[in-house]
Design a protein around this ligand. Structure first.
Ligand SMILES: Cc1cc2nc3c(=O)[nH]c(=O)nc-3n(C[C@H](O)[C@H](O)[C@H](O)COP(=O)(O)OP(=O)(O)OC[C@H]3O[C@@H](n4cnc5c(N)ncnc54)[C@H](O)[C@@H]3O)c2cc1C
Length: 408
């Protein structure tokens, strides 16, 4: 039977969209190029604007059971190790009505996969989409093995290197020259280290940062080490290698030096985003998740935005499956999501620059952050507040800190 909606990509974005659409009575067929559904075995932070949606989907309690609701988010200086500022996450939950949660990626992925399947989504693996085309009354996708499929709407949730994106713009991923190393390990491996076992911690330093948080009810511990690659800046092809990791974090504070040997060294993630675009919809073909707005991950909002995208689109699908007015739904989706995600992508870049400052600018940043009221939410309301369904609901943009406003 012909589905109402085809989703290409079985990452967190595609699966969450499948859940949202199935809940609105849409018949979904999802295609994934890999032979099996899966995610990398590292951690993911889910802010209240995401956990609120998991709550709408009836998945929040299960997610909490699989993850950790941390007590605090702390920002520390990577050189001296001292605390710069923090967020009380219990108070944050009260303010936004939903928790800040950290989870193992594969646990969230599995939760969404199981729910999509339970709701009747048809899930197809080993299907590499090679082309998208609008046709009368819908859109068609073509696959590497010669198959095609057609539906009233096609959602391209196929990630950073989306095959659908060239329908909307001729652009390339932007190389940040930063690289991420990850490592999720049993808690016992870090028990003797200097860690905050119940908190999300980021050490910010010149051209680098280091993230730590617990996973799986505290049984595991997640670390992410991010740094600017000198080799990338010099144009070398083999950039971000482990020797650069060690050099980037030499001389940083002891908790980082203790954590560093636990990073996985056989793989690393070069960090790309794309310049924001304000059109995601071409006829009945729509981009979603990283295909539309891949960010640098400094705000921890990439997967979160992808989940919001699917929820917003689903909320605009009136009438369910065959009765849905897809043109209206896609127009409403594009009207609200493009602007929000533009802000996130651009703010993530600015946030990264702030984290990675050196010299006098770093000192000034630290002075400002140390004097920050930890219960000041003016930076967070636009992000952690309820996901807007219309442009009118979109909250005011946070105002970036003016660095020269502080006493050095
Ligand atoms: C180090 C790091 C830390 C991060 N931390 C966070 C965090 O804490 N919180 C957060 O919200 N985000 C975080 N992110 C960002 C987040 O991981 C991504 O934004 C998110 O996973 C994007 O999901 P997606 O489903 O849109 O894309 P992807 O995860 O890229 O999924 C795309 C899927 O489509 C499939 N696919 C691709 N091409 C095709 C094709 N042609 N045909 C069929 N299938 C195809 C792929 O196999 C894949 O399964 C982080 C990213 C990094 C690198």
């Amino acid at each position: 039977m012909r589905p109402d909606a085809i989703i290409v990509g079985g990452g967190i974005g595609g699966l969450a969209a499948a859940v949202g659409l199935c809940r609105r009575g849409v018949r979904v067929r999802l295609y994934e190029k890999s032979g099996e559904f899966g995610e990398v075995g590292a951690g993911l932070q889910l802010a209240p604007n995401c956990t609120r949606i998991l709550g709408h989907y009836g998945l929040l309690q299960a997610a909490i059971g699989l993850g950790v609701v941390p007590e605090r988010m702390r920002m520390l200086d990577a050189l001296g190790g001292g605390e710069l500022t923090q967020l009380d996450l219990a108070a944050t939950e009260q303010r936004y009505g939903s928790p800040y949660l950290v989870m193992h990626r594969s646990d969230l992925h599995r939760l969404l996969l199981d729910e999509a399947r339970r709701l009747g989504a048809e899930l197809v693996t080993s299907a590499t989409c090679t082309g998208y085309e609008n046709v009368a009354g819908g859109a068609r996708v073509a696959f590497a093995d010669g198959r095609t499929d057609t539906a009233a709407v096609v959602i391209a949730a196929d990630g950073l290197h989306s095959v659908a994106r060239p329908l909307l713009i001729d652009d390339e991923p932007v190389n940040s020259a930063y690289v991420a190393y990850r490592g999720a390990v049993p808690f016992a491996a870090v028990a003797e280290n200097e860690i905050f076992a119940h908190d999300v911690v980021v050490y910010v330093g010149p051209r680098c940062h280091f993230v730590q948080y617990p996973l799986r009810g505290g049984e595991m511990f997640n670390q992410v080490a991010v740094f600017e690659s000198a080799k990338a800046r010099a144009g070398a092809a083999d950039w971000g290698t482990p020797d650069e990791l060690d050099a980037a974090f030499a001389g940083k504070c002891r908790p980082i030096r203790k954590g560093l040997p636990l990073m996985w060294r056989d793989r690393w993630w070069r960090m790309f985003d794309r310049d924001p675009i304000m059109r995601w919809v071409d006829g009945r073909i729509a981009l979603l998740g990283d295909a539309a707005h891949p960010p640098l991950q400094y705000l921890a909002q990439g997967a979160v935005m992808a989940i919001e995208d699917g929820w917003v689109l689903s909320e605009h699908v009136a009438g369910g499956g065959p009765a849905a007015d897809w043109d209206a739904a896609l127009a409403a989706y594009e009207a609200v999501r493009t602007e929000h995600c533009r802000r996130v992508v651009e703010t993530a870049r600015a946030w990264g620059r702030l984290w990675h400052l050196d010299g006098a600018e770093r000192e000034r940043r630290n002075t400002i952050l140390r004097s920050r009221d930890p219960y000041d939410y003016s930076f967070l309301d636009w992000l952690f507040g309820p996901t807007a369904l219309t442009p009118e609901q979109e909250p005011e943009l946070f105002r970036p800190i003016a660095l020269d406003a502080a006493e050095a």
